[in-house]
Write a protein that binds this ligand. Sequence first.
Ligand code: IMP
Ligand code: MG
Length: 183
Amino acid sequence: MIHDVEEILISKKEIQAKVKSLGEAISRDYKGQDLLVVGILKGASVFMADLIQAIDLPLEIDFMAVSSYGMGTQSTGEVRIIKDIDKTIVGRNLLIVEDIVDTGLTLSYLNQVLKSRGAKDVKICTLLTKPDRRQRHVDLDYCGFEIEDKFIVGYGIDYAEKYRNLPFIGYLKAEIYENTQES
Ligand code: IMP
Ligand code: MG
């Protein structure tokens, strides 16, 4: 699998340091307050697992699954809830955990939906952002790394459902994408 990687963009060490500082900031900001951390499946699962361990507060977790991308590298612009939060969110402080904010379509939609359901507060923590690709504005309350408009994989983030288990974030070799598109 490592042979499919062209270049490592963010190392495991850099990710760990960033997760630690995000966790510290969240711990400071939510001290003494209710906190429900909502991970967006599947991409945020690896980040979510590390992040919650870096938050030194009593908290609850839940997950949502939405579809934004198909199997390829282009956004369809369609946002669909596939798995919803299990509990009521009325009056609660939600922290949405996302792997990467790209067009912003997913999070602007979720933000709206969760607020309309009566959440007291909805904030966003994303590991990565690609600001050049934004179509909808989203306030990123906590953000790990700003990256350029180039397709990345690893640390939970996939290409055609693969490469989520890479312990770093990197670029795949061009031939990997070409081969998938042909088949
Ligand atoms: P958007 O902000 O609604 O366009 O969608 C964000 C979602 O698109 C992320 O949660 C990822 O699942 C996916 N995505 C965006 N950029 C990349 C990338 O470079 N590699 C893999 N998935 C990506
Ligand atoms: Mg994804």
